[in-house]
Design a protein around this ligand. Structure first.
Ligand code: ZN
Length: 142
């Protein structure tokens, strides 16, 4: 009887200890992962997003002139589209602002994705504005 009590007591202590251990592991591991993602993934010089911190709410289209990756849409609010080329993970992107037409045509050519299938006017070609410099800003119209 004493032995059985000892065993159940031991099992209780063990479950408490394993709970404590998992809490301690969580407290230690979560900050390590946080720091890892912040400094080694997010802040890595390779394959960085166009805006790393607090993007402006603005309709913009970008192309990396080094690896031909595309990134565009309404930053800070969405919808956003990201197209990364095969070299993107080892590319220190040089994002250049491009027109919407250049974005839609470039994505169609390089990634074979037709953005104009979307219903949203954001992804429709500006036929009357071939230079694409005077694109309407949906963030301001609301
Ligand atoms: Zn690039």
């Amino acid at each position: 009887m004493v032995k059985a009590k000892f065993i159940t007591g031991f099992l209780k202590i063990r479950s408490v200890l394993s709970t404590l251990a998992s809490i301690v592991v969580a407290i230690i591991v979560i900050p390590i992962l946080y720091v890892y993602f912040n400094f080694f993934v997010y802040r890595s010089p390779y394959n960085r997003p166009v805006y790393t911190f607090m993007p402006p709410i603005r309709l913009e289209f970008h192309k990396c002139i080094r690896c031909s990756s595309y990134d565009g849409g309404v930053y800070g609010k969405g919808p956003l589209e990201h197209f990364r080329s095969k070299q993107a993970t080892r590319c220190k992107h040089d994002w250049q602002k491009i027109s919407k037409n250049d974005f839609i045509i470039g994505v169609k050519k390089e990634f074979n994705v037709d953005l104009t299938h979307h219903d949203s006017p954001i992804w429709q070609l500006d036929i009357d504005k071939p230079d694409g410099n005077n694109i309407t800003d949906p963030a301001r119209s609301e």
